[in-house]
Design a protein around this ligand. Structure first.
Ligand SMILES: Cc1cc2nc3c(=O)[nH]c(=O)nc-3n(C[C@H](O)[C@H](O)[C@H](O)COP(=O)(O)O)c2cc1C
Length: 254
């Protein structure tokens, strides 16, 4: 479901109504088979050279495959270039980050603040409203070493007040993701991504954005916290895989 040219892989069945909802939330393994064969030495040398040539060819292709995004990348062999950064208060977005990592590898980093939000939900909602109004960017405790080594950066966050949470704004403003592929993912209480994906797009003007993923997570307001477990985790695994195939991060095998 593309929104302003920015695709969203929407798996929630609820339509969002940003303004009224905002009011609600704002207080108002490789194969191991070994086959022994008797191979002729000349054929064997030829095969070794051929294999070497192929591996050189493909190692050259794989990193450009990440940059292009049009070619299915071998995510596993390029996993050193993948960063999965996420913000998660009640672990639903973290569960999606884990599923992404299971499929493509990469380094997972949780965003932590120098001064954590209050435990109390309503107090957090109010603080987020104030931060959004004033444009305050909460300082991050999390530091990321050598951002330049990553080509692909997944950014995961819950919807907060129908917007991108301030800590993720801090991250996107603090780190230069120019020239990298940025892929957003989200969980929410059933009201959708709001303006969060659009804000990622605005803050990553020099990055290449791929279609994002979103699904329903918890409803902290109603005391429903971590839900992406058991059957719902299995459901999420299927949805995440379908999305990763669609954006060509993993192969579309039958
Ligand atoms: C401060 C705050 C504001 C929230 N605002 C919204 C919202 O506007 N729309 C929505 O659908 N869910 C909202 N939620 C619910 C979360 O998006 C949802 O529970 C999400 O799955 C939490 O992800 P997490 O477990 O990774 O923290 C809000 C939660 C918090 C804590």
């Amino acid at each position: 479901m593309p929104i302003l040219g920015f695709g969203i892989f929407e798996v929630t069945d609820q339509d969002e109504c940003e303004r009224s909802v905002s009011d609600i939330f704002n207080n108002n393994a490789p194969s191991t088979n070994i086959v022994k064969t008797n191979t002729h030495p000349k054929i064997s040398a030829f095969m070794v050279n051929l294999l070497l040539a192929c591996s050189l060819l493909f190692s050259g292709c794989s990193s450009s495959a990440i940059r292009d995004g049009n070619v299915i990348m071998n995510a596993r062999s390029d996993s050193g270039k993948i960063l999965i950064v996420y913000l998660s208060r009640t672990n639903n977005t973290k569960a999606i980050a884990e599923i992404i990592q299971q499929n493509v590898g990469g380094t997972m980093v949780a965003l932590e603040l120098e001064k954590p939000y209050p435990e109390n939900y309503q107090a957090t909602v109010q603080q987020v409203v104030n931060e959004n109004e004033t444009g305050y960017l909460p300082p991050l405790k999390t530091k990321i070493d050598s951002m330049e080594k990553y080509d692909v950066v997944f950014v995961g966050f819950p919807t907060w007040g129908m917007k991108l949470p301030p800590p993720m704004k801090s991250f996107l403003k603090q780190y230069d993701l120019s020239g990298k592929t940025v892929i957003p993912f989200n969980t929410n209480a059933g009201y959708g991504v709001g303006s969060s994906f659009e804000t990622v797009k605005e803050l990553c003007k020099k990055s290449r954005l791929l279609e994002g993923f979103t699904m329903k997570g918890g409803v902290e307001r109603d005391g429903v916290y971590f839900v992406i477990k058991d059957e719902k985790r299995k459901e999420a695994e299927v949805k995440v895989r379908d999305w990763l195939k669609q954006i060509k991060l993993i192969e579309n095998t039958p």
